[in-house]
Design a protein around this ligand. Structure first.
Ligand code: FBP
Length: 569
C-alpha cells in the first residue's frame, strides 16, 4: 500500500467527505430503532413462514434519537463482498469500520476473502485502519475480493457455523445482490433457529439495478456505472455524428434486466434502445426486432444519415422468444450436459447430440446461429450452471443478420445507404470505476447503517436508505426485514422463497419517458453528451442523480401528493 504509486485522482478522493444524514453521525449509544411499518411479504406469507419462522414478521425500522447502552459493546463483525463488482463497495466497508470503531475502538472488522467462499474456508483478514483508509472512495472490490459462491447446502451451512464459532463472530454483513441477500436471509434464520448469538445484515449492491422495490430505491453501483457507460456512449455518438460513417451497436451489461440500457438511453437519446422486458411482453420475434431496426436504418439513410447508435442489453438473449427458449431448454438439461459436454470436443458433436435432446424449435435456433455464437451459447456457464450472457456476442449476431436483411431488401424498398457497423460491449469498464459522489456517499451511509442495525440487535435486515433524490443530508436511514422482500420462485425445480429480481416496469416513469421520446430519437439526431463522471465542481454536475431515480422519485412524489388530497376528501 505505497502512497507513491497512486494516481492524483485517488489521492484527491481520499479527501472526499461524504455528507451523510445527521443520525448516522451521532454517538451510536444515543440512537435506537423506531418501528416504521408492518413488515410481511406482500404474497405467499404462509409459505415463506414455513422457511423463515424466526425472522418473518419483524417491523421495518428507522433510526431515532434515544438510548442504546449496548451500542458500545466490543464486537467482532465479519463482512464479505458478493457477486460482480459495483462502485462504492469499499465505502460500505469504510462506513461499517468507522461505525464499529467509533462505538468501541477494540471492535474488529473481519473481511472474508473472495465472497462467501472465504467464509466457508475461513479465509479472512482483520481489516486495519490503514487498509480501510487506503481504499476509501475508490472503486473495485480489491480490498478483500468477491465471489459468486452461494451458501445453500447443509454442509455449507455447517462450514459457516464453524467459521463463526472459530472467529467468535457476533455479526456478519453481506454486501450483494438479490441472491446474496437471499443468502443473508437464510443465514439469519439458521442462526436464529439454532439460538446462536449472531446477527446478519444485508447491503443492496449491483450495477444492474435489479435489486429494487418499495424499500430500495436503487442498488449501489448503478449510478456510477451508468454514468461511465453514458459518457462512453455519448462520446461514441459524437464521433459517429462527426464522421457520419458508423452504426454503433453497443451491448451493455445487465444480466437479467434492462435498467442499465434504459438509463443510458435516457441520458444519451440513442437512435434505438432495445428493452428486453418489452420484447418479452410483446413476444417480439428476432425477425421482428431486426425488421424494426432495418426500417430505422433505411429511413435515416434516406435522409443521408448513414450512422447511428443502438443500445442492446446483454440479457436480451433471455427475452427474445427464440433464444430464451433455447437457453431455457439448455438450462433444463444442464446437469446432463455437463458431463456429456466434457466428452464432446467439437461443436458438430455437441449439436449432433443436442439434436436428440432439444425441441425442433430450440434446435432450429441453435442451428441458425453462426458457429462462434453457437459455441458461446453452449460453452459458457458460471459455477451455478447459469449461462454467462455477458460473454454472448449478441451485438455481432445482430450486425450479421441486419447486413443480410439490408442486402436482401429489393424492389421499391431497396436499401441504398451504406452500412458500416461497429460492435462495442460496455460492462467491466464501469463496475470498478471510482464511485460517483452519489455512490461514495450512499455506500458510506449504508455501511454506517449496517453498523447501527447491528448495534441495535437487528438480525435478518437489509440496510436501507430512502429519499435518495433529496440532498444526501436529508436521506432517511433504517432497515427492512429481508423476509419482507421475498417471493416464492421456482429454482432448480423446487419452489423456494427468494428476493426476486426487479425488471424494468413497462408502466413505470423511466420506461414511459423513453417510450414517449424514442420515435424522435430514432429519426432525428439529438444525442446528448454527458461527459465523464464529475467528482469536483458545482452540485448539479457532481451530485446529479440517475434519470431513472429522478423520474421514479418525481412520480412517487406526485402519487403521494395525489393520495394525500384524495384521503382528505
Ligand atoms: P451482480 O448481479 O453480481 O451484481 O453482477 C452483475 C454483472 O455485472 C452483470 O451485469 C454481468 O452479467 C455479470 O455481472 C458478469 O459477471 P462476471 O463478473 O462473473 O463476468
Amino acid at each position: 500500500m505505497s502512497m507513491d504509486s497512486i494516481s492524483l485522482l485517488q489521492r484527491a478522493r481520499y479527501d472526499f467527505q461524504p455528507k451523510i444524514p445527521e443520525v448516522l453521525t451521532k454517538d451510536a449509544a444515543t440512537i435506537q430503532l423506531e418501528n416504521s411499518s408492518l413488515s410481511l411479504p406482500p404474497r405467499d406469507e404462509q409459505k415463506i413462514r414455513e422457511y423463515y419462522r424466526e425472522t418473518i414478521g419483524k417491523p421495518a425500522v428507522v433510526f431515532a434519537d434515544g438510548s442504546n447502552p449496548a451500542a458500545g459493546r466490543k464486537r467482532r463483525c465479519g463482512v464479505l463482498l458478493s457477486g460482480g463488482q459495483a462502485p462504492g463497495g469499499h465505502n460500505v466497508i469504510a462506513g461499517l469500520f468507522d461505525g464499529l470503531q467509533a462505538a468501541n475502538a477494540e471492535s474488529e472488522l473481519i473481511g472474508f476473502h473472495g465472497g462467501a467462499g472465504g467464509l466457508l474456508k475461513c479465509d479472512y483478514e482483520i481489516l486495519t485502519k490503514e487498509k480501510v483508509d487506503f481504499h476509501r472512495n475508490t472503486g473495485g472490490f480489491d480490498i478483500i475480493g468477491s465471489g459468486r459462491t452461494k451458501i445453500e447446502t447443509d454442509a455449507q451451512i455447517e462450514a459457516t457455523i464453524q467459521t463463526v464459532k472459530k472467529l467468535e463472530l457476533d455479526s456478519l454483513v453481506i454486501v450483494g445482490g438479490d441472491d446474496s441477500n437471499t443468502n443473508a436471509a437464510l443465514l439469519a434464520e439458521v442462526f436464529a433457529q439454532r439460538k446462536l448469538p449472531m446477527q446478519v445484515i444485508g447491503v443492496p449492491k449491483t450495477i444492474d439495478g435489479d435489486l429494487k422495490n418499495d424499500h430500495i430505491e436503487t442498488s449501489f453501483g448503478f449510478d456510477t456505472s451508468t454514468k461511465v457507460y453514458a459518457s462512453l456512449i455519448g462520446d461514441l455518438a459524437r464521433d459517429t455524428k462527426s464522421s457520419g460513417k458508423y452504426w454503433n451497436f453497443v451491448k451493455l451489461m445487465g444480466r437479467s434486466a434492462s435498467h442499465i440500457a434504459l438509463e443510458c438511453a435516457l441520458q444519451i437519446h440513442p437512435n434505438i434502445c432495445l428493452i428486453g422486458e418489452e420484447i418479452k411482453a410483446k413476444n417480439m420475434s428476432l425477425k421482428r426486432i431486426l425488421y424494426d431496426i432495418c426500417q430505422i436504418i433505411a429511413h435515416r439513410a434516406e435522409h443521408g444519415e448513414n450512422f447511428g447508435v443502438i443500445l442492446i442489453p446483454e440479457g436480451i438473449v433471455e427475452f427474445i422468444p427464440e433464444t430464451a427458449n433455447l437457453i431455457a431448454e439448455l438450462n433444463r438439461n444442464w446437469k446432463e450436459y455437463e458431463h456429456v459436454f466434457t466428452a464432446l470436443t467439437t461443436l458438430e458433436l455437441k449439436k449432433k447430440w443436442l439434436y436428440t435432446k432439444l425441441s425442433p424449435e430450440a434446435y432450429h435456433t441453435l442451428d441458425q446461429l453462426p458457429a462462434e455464437l453457437a459455441e458461446q451459447f453452449l460453452g459458457l456457464r458460471d459455477p451455478h450452471g447459469n449461462i454467462l450472457v455477458s460473454q454472448i456476442e449478441i451485438e455481432k449476431l445482430f450486425i450479421t443478420m441486419i447486413r443480410d436483411y439490408l442486402e436482401g431488401m429489393t424492389g421499391a424498398g431497396t436499401y441504398k445507404g451504406s452500412f458500416a457497423p461497429l460492435a462495442e460491449f460496455y460492462g467491466y469498464e464501469g463496475r470498478s470505476a471510482f464511485p460517483s459522489n452519489f455512490d461514495a456517499t450512499y455506500c458510506y451511509a449504508l455501511g454506517k447503517t449496517a453498523f447501527l442495525l447491528i448495534a441495535n440487535a437487528a438480525n435478518g435486515y437489509l440496510a436501507c436508505i430512502k429519499d435518495l433524490a433529496l440532498p444526501s443530508e436529508q436521506w432517511k436511514a433504517g432497515g427492512v426485514p429481508l423476509t419482507m422482500m421475498m417471493d416464492m420462485e421456482e429454482r432448480k425445480g423446487e419452489w423456494v422463497p427468494v428476493i426476486a429480481k426487479s425488471l424494468v416496469d413497462l408502466n413505470g416513469a423511466a420506461f414511459n419517458e423513453f417510450a414517449r421520446n424514442r420515435d424522435k430519437w430514432a429519426l432525428e439526431t439529438c444525442y446528448m453528451h454527458p461527459g465523464p463522471v464529475q467528482y469536483f465542481g458545482p452540485d448539479e454536475l457532481c451530485n446529479r442523480i440517475t434519470e431513472t431515480l429522478r423520474l421514479e422519485s418525481e412520480e412517487k412524489r406526485r402519487f403521494e401528493a395525489w393520495a394525500n388530497i384524495a384521503t382528505k376528501r
